[in-house]
Every structure is written in C-alpha cells, then in structure tokens.
Design a protein around this ligand. Structure first.
Ligand SMILES: *[C@@H]1O[C@H](CO)[C@@H](O)[C@H](O)[C@H]1NC(C)=O
Length: 463
C-alpha cells in the first residue's frame, strides 16, 4: 500500500509548477529508439502468451472492441473527453519487494542443489530496493505514448483546448501525469507545426487517511482498517490452495531443500513481470520457471484480490469510487458536483471544461469502474476455480498505464448529447437505453448512476 511511502514533497510540488520535474526526468531513450515491444496504438505486444496474464503488473495493451467499434463515423463529433489513467509500470512497492527478496534469500540459504532452469537463482542479486515505488523507464514511455494517443484520438478537441489535469499525490502518479502531458504537448506541437510548447499545471490531490481524494481511497474507516478491510483474504486463501500445490511440488524437485511454499510461489511469479517491465523488451529469466497456464492462474489470483476488496466482492468496494463518479456527473452535465463521500471541494476544479485528465491507482480505478456499474450483473467470482473473466479480468481492466475514456458526442441523427465509456479501447456495455456506438444519452447515463448520486453506502464507513 502506498500510505507508508508518501513522498510528497513540497519540493516536488513547487518544482512541478515550474516544469522542472519534466525537464529532468525525460526518458533516456528517444521515442524512436528502444522499447520495441511498446507500440503507440496497441501497447505492449511481446511475449503475449504470458505478458497479458500478470494481473496488476501487466503492461498496458489495447483491448479489441467486439461489442461496438471504438471509432465513430463523421456523423458524430466528440464534444468532451475524460481520461482516467493508472500510473505506468513501476518497480515493486516496498512491501511486495521485500517479500520477493526474502523468498530469494530463503532459497539461496537452504537449497541443496538447483536444476538447469533454476540455477541462475544461486547467484542472483536482488537489487531493486533503491528503486522501490518508482516508475521504470519503460513505464515513462508508456505514459508518454498514452499522451500522444489521447491527443490523436481526440485531435479536434485537443487542438483547440487543453485538458484540466489532476494527479493523485504519490510521486509515481504525479510523474505519470507529467509524462503523459509531455507526450500530449509534443504531439500537439507537431500537429500544429510549432516549436515551443509549455507544459501544463498538474493539480495534485494529497493522499493519506486524513485527505479526501477521489483518485485514491483512504478515508472510509471500516474499509481501510475495520470490518471490510480483509474481505479479500478468504478468496486468496482458497485459490492459493487450488493453484499452487503442483508448482510447489515441481519447484521442490527443481530446488531440493528450497522450502518453497504457496505464497512463495506467488512472490516468485511476481519477479517475472517486475524484472520484465524495467527494460520492457527482454523477458526476465524468472518467467521461464512457470507455464502460460500458471500465469493465467496467477492473474486470476490477482483478479480475486481486487474483486473482493475494491469491486463488487466487498460491500464497501464500489463506494470508494463514488466520489469520482459524482465529479464525472458534474463535468458531463456542467453543473456543481454533489457528493458527500470522498470529494474535497477545494480540489474538484472546474466543471465547464471539455477535456479532463486524471491520474490514479489500480485499486481506486476498480472501485470507480464498479461504481459506474460497468460490471453490473456479473456473478460473484468463484474462489476455487478459475472462471472465464471476460468482463472482470484484472490484466484487461487495470494494467500499468491503463486508461478509461469517457467521451461525449453529438450525432446528426440524435437530438441529445450521447456518452460512452471505453476501457483500454474496448467499448463497454452500459446500464442505460442504448444509442449509437454503445452510447446512451447523457441524461439516461446519469440516471443510471443512482448508486453514486445517492452517495452509495458511505454511511457504513464510519458507522
Ligand atoms: C482539501 O484540499 C486542500 C487543498 O489541497 C487541503 O489543504 C485540505 O487539507 C484538504 N482537505 C481534506 C479533508 O482532504
């Protein structure tokens, strides 16, 4: 969790205001070199037999939009665009990083021998501590590309207007917003054939248990530390007992004496994505210890964790996203935000803009999408058997640098303004009477967001 590592920085904030952070943190590689696996449109395109099964450590990739095409025809014009983005690929958090390190040390201390596949572990040096919680260079490129892609998708709007930016106050999120904005202004300059561009101001919302922040949960006591804080544990305990025993047994043979248990397996599997997203192109050697099917199970384990904590599996999951949904309603209807959950009136910002860009975390984004009813009607996820997770698959919905687009459009054949939602380029089915391209009228869409408009069940947070 991020509270323990709040590096928020008066310094960083004032630096940001002057754009200094942006100047000093440029990618080392130029857009045309390196990162062969990171495509501007399609996102991460290498090692796809496993790289889309890494749960929250999956690099962004564009989803096919089978339900309705993502693009619209000339009959319709986009009049409003909101992007809600997760920060990009990062090094492990301190908590997860230390767990992975401990497993490696335990193996190195106890192993009697190693198989060919595992012998690299014997001399492996784990050296990620100094980088804990920070974006990787590959992650910075993901955000830069995301800014370019967003500029081009909504080019007509973006050429004439600027996004209103808000970033949650952890360094990697602030920096993700900064890299996105850099990609955006570079592309805009290119499009307008201008040389000089100025970088935008990013409005920072502080994180922590005493701050209301619609981009990062923290103030709902029963959810944070009370009776709904461990609601995902049962699912994790059950599913780990299902999928890890064969792996434990195999690694027991490959590394006799290694003393590897089920939870160790989960941590060892995490090393594969974490070491891969540092550079982006080269698959980490840790990945070779597991099969594609096992990574699917790893992804399901991670999916269960989020679903039963931040999604519909927790009675207080969705309400963590209600504040943002109410802000969105204000922006879509250009009217004052009505909310008594996690909004802080001083950082809501204007509601009369055409373009918005917000930067957040996977956890709160799962709650927001749930509060938007994007997963409504989905039966509870099975704790003991991997299900087809077409509609709620963590790698699909909140990979690193994932992005939700909410777009309004005006179509010639429709008197009313329409709105639709795309998650990583996939048009989502909404809970309102359907119009063109998977949209609803703004009026019906807002009507369908009853749960959020009524404040969800926030009253249970501090009951
Ligand atoms: C609301 O935001 C302001 C400005 O960032 C901050 O000073 C204040 O502490 C915040 N209040 C809460 C309850 O989050």
């Amino acid at each position: 969790m991020h509270f323990s590592t709040l590096i928020l920085p008066a310094v960083l904030l004032s630096e940001l205001a002057y754009g200094a952070v942006l100047d000093t943190r440029h990618n080392k590689k130029k857009p045309e070199e390196g990162f062969k696996c990171e495509g501007l449109e399609e996102g991460y395109k290498c090692h796809t037999d496993i790289s889309r099964s890494w749960g929250p450590y999956t690099p962004y990739y564009s989803l096919p939009s089978n339900y309705k095409p993502a693009n619209i025809d000339a009959e319709c014009e986009v009049t409003f665009a909101q992007v809600l983005s997760r920060h990009a690929a990062r090094y492990p958090t301190k908590g997860m990083g230390n767990k992975m390190k401990n497993v490696i040390q335990k193996i190195q201390k106890n192993a009697k021998s190693y198989s060919d596949k595992t012998k690299f572990i014997k001399t492996f040096k784990y050296e990620l501590e100094p980088k804990y919680d920070q974006l990787t260079d590959f992650g910075r490129r993901e955000m830069y590309n995301s800014g370019i892609k967003f500029f081009n998708r909504y080019k007509k709007l973006n050429e004439n207007d600027e996004p209103y930016y808000r970033v949650s106050g952890q360094q990697r999120v602030i920096e993700s917003g900064a890299e996105f904005s850099r990609g955006f202004v570079d592309e805009k300059a290119k499009s307008k054939k201008q040389k000089t561009v100025s970088l935008p101001h990013l409005n920072v919302i502080q994180e922590g248990r005493s701050f209301k922040n619609t981009l990062d949960h923290g103030t709902c006591r029963e959810f944070e530390v009370g009776r709904y804080s461990k609601s995902h544990q049962e699912a994790l305990d059950k599913y780990i007992a299902v999928f890890t025993p064969p792996i434990v047994q195999r690694l027991g043979k490959e590394i006799p004496g290694g003393d590897i248990n089920g939870l160790d397996v989960v941590h060892l599997m995490g090393l594969c994505p974490f070491y891969t997203v540092i550079d982006g192109d080269k698959l980490s050697q840790w990945c070779g210890l597991f099969t594609p099917e096992e990574f699917k199970q790893f992804n399901y384990y991670q999916t269960l964790a989020k679903y039963y904590k931040y999604g519909d599996g927790n009675p207080l999951g969705a309400v963590q996203g209600v504040g943002f949904v109410n802000e969105l309603i204000g922006r879509l209807t250009r009217s004052a935000v009505k909310d008594s959950t996690s909004t802080n009136s001083t950082v809501i910002g204007p509601v009369d803009r055409k373009i918005y860009a917000d930067f957040s975390h996977d956890n709160t984004m799962v709650s927001i999408m749930t509060a938007m009813k994007l997963f409504d009607g989905l039966p509870k996820l099975d704790m003991k058997k991997m299900e087809s997770t077409d509609r709620f698959n963590l790698a699909d919905i909140v990979p690193f640098a994932s992005r939700v687009y909410i777009e309004k459009m005006k179509c010639k054949s429709e008197p009313d303004e329409l709105v639709r939602v795309l998650v990583n380029d996939r048009v989502m089915k909404l809970k309102c009477p359907e119009k063109k391209y998977g949209s609803c009228t703004v009026h019906e869409f807002v009507r369908g967001l009853k749960f959020a408009r009524r404040g969800g069940n926030w009253d249970q947070c501090n009951a």
